[in-house]
Design a protein around this ligand. Structure first.
Ligand code: NAD
Length: 275
């Protein structure tokens, strides 16, 4: 009898995996990873064009995928997206709640609004929590019934090191430039992701549906040298992450490699929060 390889546990053969925010830096990488592992990525984003382009790229590799444009903070659009997946594939094996608003504060976005806590606009607070937390709530709610009916499923809520510790705002200051700040909504919403994971993992007890958090540290995306130097000095490994380092951790959580994990938080931060 052929002995199964441990690598079989990482296989997503035939599995349908919804990834929100699939047009972004990490969402793109996650979509390719799911496809490479044999799964069918369903790529959801508020931006329709990039997920269609991504789907075409994945098709070139001979893999089926489904691009869907939806605002994750709109209940009707979320329901319609999940209905479309069920109609097309009849199953949802995993959901990656990855989409998030992370207000930019670089010079290109100067003047849009202040990120200073003292005058952070309540309208921005509401919209950002609606998307970052509300979107996770709505999508988790929409996949719950099909997953419960199937008696299995894996949900991953994406947090951030800034959901575990407050941002060191000194990282974002530049001499001669106006002060800038990682916004309050980012930490609040990313901390909420950890809470939602624990709530849902406990709620789904005995059902076969697992829920875990993935907590990435900073991923290099063309940041300037000064930022990379400052950021790297705060990590034990002395560098920023590469996107595929997050994708490897995601594959672990999505697949049967992590079948004894639920309610957990996988922190992939180069040691940022360990010292
Ligand atoms: N990149 C990092 O260094 C890093 C570090 C820690 C945590 N994270 C987390 O990882 C996740 C992905 O990060 P990223 O760097 O790829 O972000 P990104 O900004 O590149 O991508 C986010 C995507 O979400 C989409 N989106 C935003 N609002 C939406 C809405 N209402 N409906 C549907 N889609 C919407 C955007 O269009 C975008 O494509 C986020 O949750 C982020 O907080 C990223």
């Amino acid at each position: 009898m052929k002995k199964n390889s441990i690598l079989d546990r990482f296989s997503l053969k035939g599995r349908v995996v919804i990834i929100t925010g699939a047009a972004g830096l990490l969402g793109r990488q996650y979509s390719h990873t799911v496809a490479e592992a044999g799964g069918i990525p369903v790529m959801v984003d508020i931006e329709g064009k990039p997920v269609h382009t991504l789907s075409a790229e994945i098709k070139e590799k001979g893999v089926e995928s489904l691009p869907l444009q939806a605002d994750i903070a709109e209940p009707d659009q979320v329901r319609a997206a999940v209905d479309a997946v069920m109609e097309r594939f009849g199953r949802i094996d995993a959901l990656v709640n990855n989409a998030a608003m992370n207000p930019k504060f670089d010079p290109d976005h100067a003047g849009e609004h202040s990120n200073r806590f003292e005058d952070y606009p309540f309208e921005s607070w509401k919209r950002e929590l609606e998307v970052n937390v509300g979107g996770m709530f709505l999508f988790s709610q929409a996949v719950a019934k099909p997953m419960l009916a199937a008696g299995k499923g894996s949900i991953i809520n994406v947090s951030s090191t800034y959901g575990l510790v407050g941002p060191d705002q000194r990282l974002y200051q530049r001499e001669g430039e106006p002060p800038s700040f990682k916004p309050v909504t980012y930490t609040v919403s990313k901390a909420a992701a950890v809470g939602l994971t624990r709530y849902l993992a406990a709620y789904f007890a005995g059902s076969g549906v697992r829920v875990n958090t993935l907590t990435p540290g900073g991923v290099f995306a063309g940041h300037d040298d000064e930022f990379v130097r400052r950021y790297s000095a705060k990590t034990i490994l002395g560098r920023m992450a590469q996107p595929d380092e997050m994708a490897a951790a995601l594959l672990f959580l999505v697949s049967d490699a992590s079948t004894y994990m639920t309610g957990a938080n996988l922190v992939v931060d180069g040691g940022w929060t360990a010292w």
